[in-house]
Structure formats: structure tokens, C-alpha cells
Design a protein around this ligand. Sequence first.
Ligand code: AMP
Length: 210
Amino acid sequence: MNIIFLGAPGAGKGTQAENASAELNIPAVSTGVILREEVASGSERGLKAKSFMESGGLVPDDIIIDIIKQRVAQPDCADGFILDGFPRTLAQAEYLEKSGVNIDLVIDIHVPDEKIITRMGGRRSCLDCGASYHVEYKPSKDAKTCDSCSAELVIRKDDKPEVVLSRLETYHKQTAPLKDFYEGRGKLKTVIGQEEVADTTRLTMEVLKG
Ligand code: AMP
């Protein structure tokens, strides 16, 4: 089964993609995580992507498509995969279709912009292992360091308030039209993001088992 999680930045699609991955036993592929690893390692791709990410814009389609092409060709994706943060443009969705990848289900996690702005203000990230926390909704045990690897937690540059607004604008302009694209193909299901992550997870599971 191949599944896409759509949704604005900070809507919780990463968390739901991880839950679905554990439930279905197929990998969750996050282009954001892969890009941050590339930036951290100083790779050529990472160097190209960095400024786009830090400004709240999108990394060019050719770089992203290259990343996805390589990742879904890995053996662990043979029985299906979950895409978190891809596609984000019509060109990326069209690439998937043309390359013959069948998408079974697209889940849009819907959260209004005002809620996203509050949520992202509280997000804390581990730059070493990529884990993500929230001061209110998902705190780490001691607030300052990562539960998994003990590295210091920071506010990602792209979680700063001015960048969050720019990311939301990018989402509405370039990614939200994908809802119509997949609706037209009969694949779209919407989950309304809840106050409690566990409630969103329950609703997402209902859709997955649908
Ligand atoms: P995320 O962690 O999914 O919010 O991604 C962080 C940043 O990586 C985004 O704000 C974009 O700059 C970039 N990015 C991630 N996925 C894509 C994509 N599919 N297309 C273009 N840029 C992307």
C-alpha cells in the first residue's frame, strides 16, 4: 500500500506518518528529514537546498524528485511506503503518476493556520537525530535535551515565526491545490487535526482501516 500524507507544515502529518508506518509495517519517507540530513552532512544537494529551506520556500522539484526516486527504489519500499511531505507541487504529483507509482490513499490532515502558528512556536527539534518535540503537546523529559540521543534541542530556523508565515503561504499557493488533484482521482480522505495528538491518531487509523 502506498500512502501520501498531505497537510500544512506543522499540521502533524509527520507524527501521523510515523504512526501509520508502525501500524502497517512499511517505511515513512519524509523529504524534510532527508533534506535536513543532506544539509547537516554538507552534501552538494544539501548546500543547494539550504537557502530555500531557511526562507520557507520549496526546494526545486528536480532535487526533490531525485531524492524520492532513489529512496523509493530501496528494498524496504518494495511492499509499500508512506510519503510525508512529498509531493508538494503539482509537478511532483505528476512525476509520481508518470513514473507509474500507484498511490492508494491520500490523507490530508487539516489544521487551521492560526492553530499551526501557535503549534510551531512551541516546536523543538533535535538536529542530531531529527526527533521533534513540542513544549506543550509533546515535551521531552527534561525540556532541553533529546530523549533519544541527549543532544540539545533547538528551534529550527524554519520554525521561526516569520518563516512559519512564509511556509504557510507557500503551502496555500503550491501544495493545497494537490487536494483537488487527488480528490479528482478519488483518493483523498480528510482528517481534521485534533487538540490531542492521540485523537488525531485515532481518526487517522479509522481512515487507514477504512
Ligand atoms: P518539512 O520537514 O516536511 O516541513 O520540510 C522542511 C522543508 O524542506 C520545507 O519547508 C521545504 O523547504 C523542504 N521540502 C521538504 N519536502 C519538500 C518537497 N516535497 N518539495 C520541495 N521542498 C521540500
